[in-house]
Design a protein around this ligand. Sequence first.
Ligand code: AMP
Length: 182
Amino acid sequence: MQQRLLFLGPPGAGKGTQAIRLCNRNGLSHLSTGDLLRAEVKAATPLGIETAEIMDKGELVSDSLVLSIVEKRLSDLHGGWLLDGFPRTLPQAESLEVLLEQINQPIDAVVLIELNDEVLIERLLARGRSDDDEAVIRHRLRLYQEKTAPLVDHYNKQGLVKTIEGDGDIEAIASRIEESLK
Ligand code: AMP
């Protein structure tokens, strides 16, 4: 199976759930910038205090801050990995490419999980995280379209994108993903 992966898709598409499952089954390291940021918030580190409000509003944390977190972790990874929720902007994608070139670990595939907005909103409201209020959700979806969706084109040009229909039960989606990565 392909070993160096990005997961792309709107908030609520099931990236986190599928990423954890795929990593457990295939021995990949899971790196979620959202999880790393939430851990900083919980521990009330200076970085967490700086980002809590941004996250609660559904805004994106600055590229430089996210990169500083990822950079440290990436260089420590051995074997296969899956980046979940990163990159989210073109500048992040470009910086990631430079980093990966330095460690000679190119991306093998980009898994794009697609789902329509109505289902996404329903799922996110049911999840009930502190950034899952309806107005904030709509803002996050808008930001996804504006800042993150252009990455699909970017990676399509490199022939890396595997598009997965994100509706259906967890197992069915997991099989679609594994099949696409063979
Ligand atoms: P997630 O768990 O991926 O939905 O991320 C939760 C929140 O963390 C996002 O709404 C952003 O505020 C922040 N965040 C996570 N990853 C990134 C990223 N790569 N760039 C900017 N902000 C991020």
